[in-house]
Design a protein around this ligand. Structure first.
Ligand SMILES: [Zn+2]
Length: 338
């Protein structure tokens, strides 16, 4: 056997039949950062039919140590990640139709973006977009392969495979380390590759029809701690996102983050719904050392980061001073809050 996918077909659980199923599959990759780079590359090399990869960001120097699709020249050229990813992925395997889309995934466009794909691979960097994609994927009946990593710790969990399993909304209060981000505590590339590998292995199992038990898997590559947990018991019978009476709250603009450019102030205001609780004390702790001019009082946390003055109020509003660019403000917020 000398074909492009021969060594994958030789792997007995996939075989020629499994490879045919992989060739027919279309995957939506939500984010073209570290997990998106790594996961999309594996799927493109595996020979799926179609990959759509969406990202709102451009490539920066701080990305290169872990975002394997990109080069120094991409930073110099100030390329959007989705565009550079499409170019690189197409060069890797011309069998695959790759579409890069530069966009911020929001309630108004998420259903249209995701529909028509067989699976959604989570590679976003913030909980708002994850909850939005969780709702959209559940509404459309498309499995959502959640993945997240920070520091040396990574987490994966396939959602929407079985009706008796919890969704991300069910797990919201259970998941650890939601306020830690790569911009505050850093990240090492091995955990990116490990986390993406778990996600893609689960995607391949699902696509090829292999039996598999959706589990929440976590790994810390620095301490060596690992766990694979069956979390069926955490499904909430009345979950607004995955029960029979689901209303998919994050698809409605009311439950998603609102944004406003404050008139004449060169400031963007981001407002989270009341369901998102902020612990100002732990937020201040998590960003200490990565920002300057940090002020913390019972009402707010204020700081400076990359030339922007940022203020987070207890009621769930953040002001990002020094920009009128909503996407830039959301990116700064995601970097600090996750
Ligand atoms: Zn749920």
């Amino acid at each position: 056997m000398t074909g492009k996918y021969s060594r994958q077909e030789l792997f007995a659980p996939i075989g020629e039949e499994g490879q045919q199923r992989i060739r027919e599959a279309s995957v939506f990759v939500l984010g073209a950062g570290a997990l998106g780079s790594s996961g999309a590359e594996m799927l493109v090399r595996a020979g799926v039919r179609r990959v759509t990869i969406v990202d709102r960001d451009i490539i920066e120097w701080t990305n290169l140590h872990r975002q394997q699709l990109y080069t120094e020249q991409d930073v110099i050229d100030q390329l959007p990640k989705a565009i550079a990813a499409e170019k690189r992925l197409t060069a890797i395997n011309s069998d695959v139709t790759v579409t890069g889309i530069v966009a911020d995934v929001i309630p108004q466009n998420v259903l249209e973006l995701i529909s028509g794909h067989d699976v959604v691979l989570d590679a976003t960097d913030n909980i708002e977009t994850r909850l939005l994609a969780n709702d959209a994927a559940l509404k459309l009946g498309i499995p959502f392969f959640m993945g997240a990593c920070v520091g040396s710790y990574g987490l994966t969990f396939p959602i929407g495979i079985r009706s008796n399993q919890p969704c991300l909304h069910c797990l919201l209060e259970t998941l650890p380390a939601q306020t830690l981000t790569c911009d505050t505590v850093g990240v090492i590339s091995p955990i990116v590759v490990t986390t993406a590998a778990r996600q893609v292995a689960d995607v391949l199992k699902f696509i090829t029809g292999a039996p598999f038990e959706p589990k929440l898997e976590s790994t810390d590559l620095w301490t060596g701690n690992r766990a694979a947990i069956n979390i069926t018991s955490l499904k909430k019978p009345n979950c607004p996102s995955c029960s029979e009476e689901a209303i998919y709250p994050f698809l409605s603009a009311r439950e998603s983050m609102r944004t406003a450019v404050l008139c004449g102030r060169d400031t963007v205001q981001l407002s989270w719904p009341s369901s998102r609780q902020f612990e100002l004390e732990s937020f201040a702790q998590s960003i200490r050392g990565t920002v300057t001019k940090l002020i913390h009082n019972p009402h707010l946390v204020a700081c400076e980061s990359n030339g922007h003055r940022i203020v987070l109020f207890r009621d769930g509003r953040m002001l990002v001073h020094g920009t009128k660019d909503v996407v830039m403000a959301k990116k700064i917020a995601a970097g600090l809050l996750g």
